[in-house]
Design a protein. Structure first.
Length: 127
């Protein structure tokens, strides 16, 4: 497994190894769903956490609370450079493992996986 601060020489192989051995840890869909359907009133998303949290607090009348610059792991993901992990192979085993594990989240929240033709398709679709 990669250690912060060390050089990555073969990102594709490293990411594939991670997907094969540790990826399952990151799926938490079962915590907020029942029978494959979302069973909570709201899911806050990391990519819009400030505004999502502000809306929840406002709904409960808790006023102006901000996360400010306090974001867990925010310094790790400076940009969405998926080619660093996937490499040139957008149709490889690692991409398939990610897509399979997170299929419920991808479908429920309207995300699109990047492809060789549309590497910028990461994130929510325009709909």
């Amino acid at each position: 497994m990669h250690q912060r601060g060390t050089q990555i020489n073969d990102a594709s192989t490293l990411f594939l190894s991670f997907c094969r051995t540790r990826l399952n840890f990151f799926s938490d869909f079962h915590l907020y769903s029942e029978g494959g359907e979302i069973a909570v009133d709201r899911v806050l998303r990391y990519e819009s956490l400030d505004s999502d949290l502000a809306q929840v607090l406002d709904d409960f009348g808790l006023g102006d609370v901000s996360l400010g610059d306090k974001r867990l792991n925010s310094g790790i993901r400076k940009s969405k450079q998926f080619d660093v992990f996937y490499g040139e192979n957008w149709d490889g085993e690692a991409v398939d493992l990610v897509a399979d594990l997170f299929r419920r989240e991808i479908d429920a929240f309207g995300y699109q996986l990047p492809t060789a033709e549309e590497p910028g398709a990461v994130g929510q679709s325009a709909s």
